[in-house]
Design a protein. Structure first.
Length: 149
């Protein structure tokens, strides 16, 4: 799907700079719509995407990576940390009569240096994988009291 770009007069200046083109305010939206429909159409065509969305959030003690993996068996999920990247691999197996299909999904995210890699934990419950990445003590925020003189 393409959005037609309409010519808009240059309102900010008296004359446009020679050799430059005004950027459409819809340019970013157009790219996002194209990306959305491209991935959606590939899914409808029977070609599943090999990536899955993840949510990354943090509190004062840890960073969390959360992924929804419905229909994936716990034994088919592999979590690995290598060279500052957390890699999540999952395989979904489905049986249709006597025919068995297998789809593999993978996602890698960059992990900050403030994570204690030896204390990383992963939990899988009700189709949701949550990886907890605890922060080092020196990376945690500390409250500093102000003394009165």
């Amino acid at each position: 799907m393409r959005i037609v770009r309409y010519h808009q007069p240059n309102i900010r200046g008296l004359s446009p700079v020679p050799g430059s083109f005004a950027r459409s305010p819809w340019a970013g939206l157009e790219q996002e719509i194209d990306r959305l429909f491209t991935s959606t159409l590939s899914d409808f065509a029977g070609v599943p995407s090999t990536h899955f969305p993840v949510d990354i959030y943090e509190d004062k003690d840890s960073t969390y990576v959360r992924a929804e993996l419905p229909g994936v068996n716990r034994d088919d999920i592999h979590v690995e940390m290598v060279d500052g990247y957390l890699t999540l691999n999952a395989t979904r197996k489905s049986k249709d009569g006597e025919r068995e299909q297998s789809f593999s999904f993978s996602r890698s995210v960059s992990i900050p240096e403030s994570v204690e890699t030896d204390k990383v934990a992963a939990a899988y419950e009700n189709g949701i994988l949550t990886v907890t990445l605890p922060k080092r003590e020196e990376a945690k925020p500390r409250k500093i009291s102000v003394a009165v003189k």
